[in-house]
Design a binder for this molecule. Structure first.
Ligand code: GTP
Length: 424
């Protein structure tokens, strides 16, 4: 087995960072294939927390190749900030490889992200204003600037000029804001290009060579299934494909070359931003989960919406990505709960729904069908084998596997690497 995918099954913040980091111990190459600096993984190693936004999590292991695939909306400024932060902590960044086909996030993308949200008012998507959506939109409008052009001095100067003229018209006429300055932007970004040039390569060829050599590759999903632009709760979604299919387009690796898909499932559910969330608990239970889990955004600090596990969502994620096994995270956060609920089906106008409805209107009106479980009320953070987990916790996990139709593979009971239970 050489190519493994780790992806989120819910609305993100499942703790993918920890699982990727855990699995990255064995990986020789770690690849990001979508999203951008809106990702925000947190990885704890020996008591030090590393916040990663754009950087593949494999960076924390010496000698690992860390590939930023062509499907990533690449923000050079953020990348360099992260690289500098790593270098300061004594981490070797020489394994970074950046796709020459990735699209570059430029300052006008971030500005426009904010303006678009402002215009939308109550209908805002709740983006993190990292410019990811506008960057992908430019790609689709065929005016994007790719890394290969970004590192070509002449080409970048020319394309930036053309693009900024266009963008400034939009910024002034449509959004009523001040135009952005070409010269200073060019100077700043030329400097970034100079520093990043040595890390740029054709990552498609690189990954194919890695696959041929049977090296261990880990594909690291950012965001999550319910935020997928096509399969998530559109329009309250991200602008890329976090599902396993995203690897084909975002890394240039064919589906047949993927050996295993791991779905990360938080033991309860959270969501950031707008959009329907059937199991949301807008009550003291939701507050208790938020407090116990410190559920606030890594990058934005925004309080997350909280609720019970929605097994319908996880089942759907399994179907979309061909998930082989679940990595359950943050089970320890439920230690304090007297009782725990799991949504096993939806009811809509008195009928059981077997699919996740495409219509948000319907999804907002479904009634979750809950099963209730007794809480285990024990600190499980020190437990290292599945058998040692309280029976009540095992009952909860095994029912999750039954309802979703996906095997249990990993259970995480704390943020650290050793707080990980691997099932045989
Ligand atoms: P995503 O990539 O969006 O999933 O981000 P993330 O993985 O960093 O998730 P988030 O920003 O919510 O951070 C998760 C936090 O939970 C991090 O601080 C992790 O170290 C921590 N964490 C991961 N797994 C566990 C776990 O099993 N128990 C506890 N208590 N914390 C965990």
């Amino acid at each position: 087995m050489s190519a493994v995918v780790v992806l989120g099954t819910q609305w993100g913040d499942e703790g993918k960072g920890k699982i990727v980091d855990y699995l990255a111990q064995k990986a020789e190459t770690v690849v990001r294939y979508q999203g951008g600096s809106n990702a925000g993984h947190t990885v704890a190693v020996d008591g030090t927390e590393y916040k990663l936004r754009l950087m593949p999590s494999g960076i924390l292991y010496k000698g690992t190749l860390c590939v930023v695939g062509n499907g990533v909306a690449f923000n050079p400024k953020v990348m360099l900030q992260e690289m500098d932060g790593m270098i300061e902590k004594g981490i070797d960044v020489s394994g970074i490889r950046i796709s020459n086909r990735a699209h570059v996030v430029l300052p006008y993308h971030c500005e426009m992200d904010g303006y678009i949200e402002e215009l939308k008012g109550d209908n805002k998507v709740g983006t993190t204003k990292n410019g990811i959506g506008p960057c992908y939109a430019d790609r689709d409008h065929r005016i994007g600037i790719r890394v290969c052009d970004f590192i070509d001095k002449e080409e970048f100067a020319k394309r930036l000029k053309e693009n900024l003229e266009l963008k400034n018209q939009e910024i002034v006429k449509l959004y009523g804001k001040e135009p952005m300055d070409y010269e200073s932007m060019l100077k700043e970004y030329e400097g970034y290009a100079d520093r990043l040039r040595p890390y740029v390569c054709d990552t498609i060829a690189l990954l194919h060579d890695e696959i041929k050599a049977d090296r261990k590759i880990l594909f690291e999903g950012a965001q999550a299934t319910m935020l997928d632009i096509d399969y998530g709760t559109y329009p309250y979604v991200t602008a890329s494909h976090p599902i396993s299919g995203g690897i084909g387009v975002g890394a240039g690796v064919a589906p047949r070359d993927i050996d295993k898909v791991v779905g990360v499932v938080k033991a309860y559910c959270t969501r950031v931003g707008e959009g329907p969330f059937p199991t949301e608990q807008l009550n003291e239970i939701g507050d208790k989960i938020r407090d116990a889990g410190h559920e606030y955004g890594t990058v934005t600090g925004r309080p997350r919406r909280t609720g019970w596990l929605d097994a319908c969502v996880v089942r759907y994620a399994g179907m979309l990505s061909g998930i082989d096994y679940m990595a359950i995270t943050r089970l320890d956060i439920l230690d304090c709960m007297d009782e725990i609920k799991m949504c096993v089906a939806y009811k809509y106008k008195g009928e059981i729904l077997n699919e996740i409805p495409a219509s948000l209107k319907v999804l907002a009106e479904v009634e979750p069908v809950y099963e209730t479980f007794e809480g285990w009320k024990t600190d499980i953070s020190g437990i290292r084998t599945y058998e040692e987990l309280p029976e009540k916790a095992r009952i909860y996990l095994e029912r999750m596997a039954e309802v979703t139709g996906i095997d249990l593979g990993i259970v995480s009971v704390g943020p650290n690497r050793d707080q990980t239970i691997v099932l045989a």
